[in-house]
Design a protein around this ligand. Structure first.
Ligand code: ADP
Ligand code: TRP
Length: 325
């Protein structure tokens, strides 16, 4: 089975990205053929500052490698090192109706949240479909917010195959984690662009401040019983606490007597225990950017070989002639 996924280099990665997507990626590398890439062309829809985009692109690579991505197993690469995806995106948009993209919820959400309403932002799902289809991916592990995009990729694969009468593309499926949507400190979906994120590699003091002072909770008194399933702090306990401890918290919530302050203090400890051990490896990699560059280059070579074969079939199916196909 071939697994593919991407994460935009549009900001510092947070634990929503980790529990929604990256943790699955790292787990899947042991059993499947995996391709993971840094979606820097997608990031260009929100980051339009060259130095910052370069830095964020490197940061995503450092985060993945520090968290345990093994480049001997999974190919890790930059989207821009496989330029054929942009070519495929064009071909796909010629068989895709406007109506499909107009149904896209992410464009509307992003514009409502202040991103410029560029043509690129509207076209974003086409480029994402190209990312998925160009590697003949079977499965795409993502957070729940991306499922519509995967549906669109399936639709576009079908339009292409039907239009040209050749089964060039497989229809990929989404794979979701239990932690489908991780809430941020304000209770909305945690996102790089909402200012509500707990970073994976945050400074311990800053993370403690976020949990203790920025995390919004209701004003239920300490003695009162609380519903664990509607509490955002409890949602974080679910991610970070071992099962027996979680069960204990669940009962204490229901009984009453739990203060949110206690939960916050424990969350800071659990965060540190989970992510603290990866800091050293990240610092080592950050001090050796050439090693990281070699890894990205080798990953791109593996990915591009597949992409070039699929693109050859695409050009042949639709009658596009180039000197190289
Ligand atoms: P962001 O919304 O922070 O910009 P991205 O859109 O780059 O994040 O998402 C990268 C991956 O992380 C995607 O697979 C996405 O579904 C997942 N993801 C992002 N935010 C969350 C969240 N709050 N909960 C679960 N998964 C998330
Ligand atoms: N749109 C995805 C996100 O915001 C990133 C992405 C781009 C992606 N291309 C992809 C994810 C292909 C999976 C497959 O998270």
């Amino acid at each position: 089975m071939r697994v593919l996924s991407g994460v935009q280099s549009s900001g510092t990665l947070h634990i929503g990205n980790y529990f929604g997507a990256i943790a699955q990626h790292i787990e899947l590398q042991h059993a499947h053929e995996c391709f993971f890439f840094i979606a820097n062309y997608h990031a260009l829809t929100s980051v339009q500052d060259a130095a910052r985009l370069r830095q964020l692109t490197l940061d995503v690579a450092l985060d993945y490698l520090a968290l345990g991505l093994d480049p001997q197993k999974a190919a890790l690469f930059r989207q821009s090192d496989v330029p054929e995806v942009c070519e495929l995106a064009w071909v796909l948009c010629t068989v895709t109706g406007m109506g499909l993209l107009e149904r896209g919820t992410s464009y509307r959400d992003k514009v409502e949240n202040g991103l410029p309403a560029s043509v690129g932002l509207f076209y974003y799902p086409v480029l994402m479909a190209a990312d998925i289809l160009i590697y003949n991916s079977d499965t795409v592990p993502v957070g729940k917010d991306q499922t519509q995009h995967i549906e669109f990729a399936r639709d576009m694969a079908g339009y292409f195959n039907n239009t040209f009468g050749k089964p060039v593309f497989k229809l990929p499926t989404a794979r979701l984690n239990e932690a489908a949507i991780v809430p941020g400190t304000d209770g909305r979906k945690m996102s790089k662009s909402y200012g509500n994120a707990i970073e994976i590699f945050g400074e311990p003091k800053a993370i403690a401040r976020k949990y203790k002072s920025e995390f919004k909770t209701d004003s239920t008194p300490v003695e009162a019983p609380k519903d664990p399933d509607t509490c955002n702090l409890f949602a974080h306990l679910k991610l970070l606490a071992p099962p027996e401890e979680l069960e204990d918290w669940r009962q204490r919530y229901r009984k009453g007597g739990v203060g949110y302050g206690h939960v916050k203090t424990r969350l800071v400890e659990l965060y540190e225990a989970r992510f603290g051990p990866f800091r050293e490896r990240r610092a080592h990699l950050a001090a050796h950017p050439d090693e990281v560059e070699d890894i990205l280059r080798a990953g791109a070579q593996r990915a591009r070989a597949v992409a070039q074969r699929v693109m050859h079939d695409v050009r042949t199916a639709c009658g596009i002639v180039t000197a190289r196909s």
